[in-house]
Design a binder for this molecule. Sequence first.
Ligand code: SF4
Length: 369
Amino acid sequence: MSRTTSHELPKPPPGVLTEVHAFLQSLGAPAYRYQQLVSAFQRGAQSFDDVRDVPGELRQKLVAHFGPTVIPLEVETVRAGEQVEKVLFRTRSGARIETVLSRYRAGWSSVCVSTQAGCGLACSFCATGAMGLDRNLSVDEICAQVVHRRWGAEPGGAPKSVAFMGMGEALANPNLLASLRVLTAPGYGGLSPRRFTVSTVGLAPALARLTEEQPQVTITLSVHSPFSEERARLIPLERRFSLEENLALLDRHVLHARRKTYLAYLLIDGLNDSEAHLAALARLVRRRSRPELFHVSVIRYNAAFGADPSYRTPSSLKVDEFVRGLHRLGIKATRRQQFGADIDAACGQLHAESLVRLGRRRPPGGSPD
Ligand code: SF4
């Protein structure tokens, strides 16, 4: 098998280690040195000194200019449960973002990364939405969450799959596509696009771009209610890009890509768990172009900082009953594994708590159960 040399690496997309790129240019270093550095950091190098195929003299200049590393994230808080580790990172600009590693008993792990610091879409059940949008994360900040050295020590090795389900609406950040390009490019991240899942509440124009550019990436669309008015109270973006518009887009996508697509359904006690909801959700799936390629993922709501305080967590039994109800109606469905309930793993929780500690926010009145 021939080995890819760094000289053959494709050019990294714009936005990756941009300051390093400018610095190397100012030194007159050959272009492949930059590509070697990007490749090494994508593969888990943590400091310039780890990049042994770059000459020592050049490494010294880089360290003198940037310090030992250009990794843009520092660990601020870690909270670990049995199968999950949640990390609050601080970016160089002082923004705080959350990344969650889940370990599966089969011996592999998955990392859930953030794409934005905060979020501007204000979904009424979401801790991140209650913060508002601070800013989009850069390509480097997104990629660094995937290849961070914390995960390198995992018994099963680096994470096998990546979910863009952390803080922020992934499709609202134009750097998502560039990040996917570099994480999947041979010689850089080198991960198969099939290992990525992008979760969205339905930003239709960006969803269309994603399905065109990365048809093998798995998509999860948040439904949460089959009724437009109710969905708009949960996900205000419904008023701009309706569920119907997004589903029509996914109908075309599954015909073309033949990829299983997920519909997320956040079950909230007494709100969207009735027989009428069940029947309407089943009808919605049966109307799809290839219903067998749509899978409903039922998620149990857990109370979150900043979420509507009237929302209640359903009993575990109720969640299982809802899934069984979908099965009875001929719909493929499973309950999503939620490892982190014991450590408040809903995204935005750790960040919200840090704001409470800093005295910038009041703690919530309600409790999860
Ligand atoms: S659910 Fe997603 S899109 Fe909605 S506010 Fe939270 S982070 Fe933003």
